[in-house]
Write a protein that binds this ligand. Structure first.
Ligand code: ADP
Length: 162
């Protein structure tokens, strides 16, 4: 039974994240979606709000568990008894960031591997940051996030959608 941890800030979860998680489950038996509490960037949603949305969106699949963590991701992965973390790559800039992160993590631990999956074509341009900006400008982002996430975004940022 292989379990992978899929860590991220998920601020908020998008169809890009969902797609990656579902494809990850073609490789791994179980996936722990791990929401980082302490992220360097300012988040729109609190960690509890981000966890709640991920749960509402993904918990219909019994192979997925959703959790929040603090501190070093590798320490969290180890505490789960897992030795793989899953990350997505969309762009060359993602690659540079992820490459550096994976090597830094390897400095701290050699027993945990990072596995990368390429984004699906239709979500290659999708980022939580872009989605938040679009909602703040009044755009309809229902193609990019589940309905309940769009509702929460509008509660935070306003906008009726167009
Ligand atoms: P972080 O804030 O940790 O960089 P995010 O919460 O934005 O990460 O995303 C978590 C993971 O999901 C990252 O590995 C990111 O590359 C991946 N991801 C985000 N959006 C997409 C997408 N549209 N397609 C594929 N992977 C994605």
């Amino acid at each position: 039974m292989t379990t992978a941890v899929y860590p991220g800030s998920f601020d908020p979860i998008s169809h890009g994240h969902i797609n990656l998680a579902k494809r990850g489950l073609k490789i791994f038996d179980k996936l722990i979606v791990a929401v980082a509490r302490n992220v360097a960037k300012q988040t729109l949603f609190t960690a509890d709000e981000r966890v709640e949305m991920v749960r509402e969106v993904l918990s219909d699949d019994s192979r997925i568990t959703v959790d929040a963590f603090e501190g070093m991701t590798v320490d969290y992965v180890r505490s789960c008894g897992a030795n793989v973390m899953l990350r997505g790559i969309r762009t060359v800039s993602d690659f540079e960031y992820e490459f550096q992160m994976a090597l830094i993590n390897r400095h701290f631990t050699t027993d945990i591997e990072t596995m990368f999956m390429m984004t699906s074509n239709e979500y290659s341009f999708l980022s939580s940051r872009f989605i938040k900006e679009a909602v703040a400008l009044g755009a309809d982002v229902s193609a990019f996030v589940p309905e309940l996430v769009q509702r929460r975004l509008r509660e935070k940022l306003g906008g009726e959608g167009r």
